[in-house]
Design a binder for this molecule. Sequence first.
Ligand code: NAP
Length: 311
Amino acid sequence: MENNEKDIESVIILGSGPAGLAAALYAARAELKPLLFTGTEVGGQAATTSVIENYPGFPDGVEGGQLAELFTKNAEKFGARIEYDMVTAADLSKSPFKVSTYGKDHYAQVLIVTTGASANKLNVPGEKELTGRGVSYCATCDGWFFKDKKVAVVGGGDSALEEGLFLTRYASSVTIIHRRDELRAGALLQKRARENPKISFIWDTVVEEIKGEGAVSGLQLKDVKTGETRELAIGGVFVFIGHSPNTELFRDWLKLDEKGYIRIDQNMQTSVAGVYAAGEVADSRYRQVVISAGMGAAAAIEATRFLESQE
Ligand code: NAP
């Protein structure tokens, strides 16, 4: 398909987490009128976090959804165009780069990829069938449905403990199931979780199956040290076992690292000139809102310099 110069955007940003929205703010303030496609998870993972206590400037914490709204408002104030749409294909073989939403192609001189990462699945029988029926990957979104129920949380990292603590607001008890006998989570969350009377732990244990007819009723568990199996009756299970980057659209075009994250240099530049990446899609190390936002800002600054160099 041919494109007229007037149809070519300066900057298209893919993704609406902290990296994408910070990139949109900076690109908008550089008068580039960026076009941002939100994707399905509007606000990114940060928006589904109950309270964010380590984003500077909010000493009392801020709800993830509220922070995403503030980021969005801030970017729109300076002229960013936010479209609630999903990019389904990309062609980065030549400039202008093409991205397609349902039924429409868009062209841009610069792309900033901030598609983030998504929750890993356990990949056990029952998980897929019972997702949305007691299996969840987001306590903030679904916790309310588990009022006075016994729930389980799988994982031993910061997310498992933070979300487990959040679930104690609703659930009658929260059982954290971890595959080792030592938590990966930071000391502060560990202390809070261990001190919470509603929280208990099952160590050295994995989930083999999620059981239930139409709704979750229990888990089949296996002790990895003894090999013993047993059933645990619960009304819901929340899975927090890490994330994988959303890079499917870019596999053919951009260099990825061994874990599948987009490779970038210190200027957020990918292996294709004019294509930048920021936030969790390119960061398997820090995964913090403040860092993703910083990376997004840096990507937009570099994108601005790149466009100036092309003039
Ligand atoms: P994570 O740190 O990678 O932890 C994942 C947990 O899931 C680990 O305990 C891991 O066990 C377990 N796990 C992985 N695969 C599993 C499987 N197939 N079956 C059972 N268990 C499995 O992930 P995260 O907790 O989502 O945190 C991601 C990043 O975000 C981290 O850098 C974290 O510090 C950050 N984060 C920070 C905050 C905060 O600062 N408040 C909050 C949330 C997240 P092993 O321990 O045995 O590997």
